[in-house]
Write a protein that binds this ligand. Structure first.
Ligand code: ZN
Length: 132
């Protein structure tokens, strides 16, 4: 039902063009990064570092992110999933956030819950994230 609405909205050309324009997408990415940073800093006890092209908040409680970790803007939230290949995968998600801004959230949801079929997960590299 909700997915149907998103799919219909995504087909509205002018809306798509506005949401995916640099002037809208980039501030959306900055906003997502700020939110990810605050969320990550508070819940990781400020265990923040830069690694592999992302800002890492490690030591997060398990309920505070999805799967092995979640990238919000430039910030990768995780408990302890920190291999080089996972960080490469998350750096692609960061680039996706930069490209799509806040529209990345509905676009990602529309791409489906199954990571093996989600085009953003496929682009980021399924094997790097341990999906295969
Ligand atoms: Zn991923």
């Amino acid at each position: 039902m909700r997915q149907g609405l998103l799919v219909r909205l995504s087909r509205v050309r002018w809306l798509r063009a506005v949401l995916l324009s640099r002037v809208v997408a980039l501030p959306g990415y900055w906003f997502a990064t700020a939110m990810g940073f605050v969320w990550g800093a508070l819940l990781s006890g400020f265990r923040i570092s830069r690694r592999g092209g992302v800002v890492v908040a490690r030591g997060m409680p398990g309920w505070a992110f999805g799967r092995g970790g979640t990238t919000i803007g430039a910030v990768y939230l995780t408990s302890s999933t920190l291999s080089d290949s996972v960080l490469e995968h998350e750096a692609v998600h960061r680039a996706q956030w930069r490209r799509y801004g806040l529209a990345f959230i509905p676009l990602y949801l529309m791409a489906g819950q199954d990571p093996l079929k989600n085009r953003f997960e496929i682009e980021a590299g399924l094997a790097k994230a341990g999906y295969r």
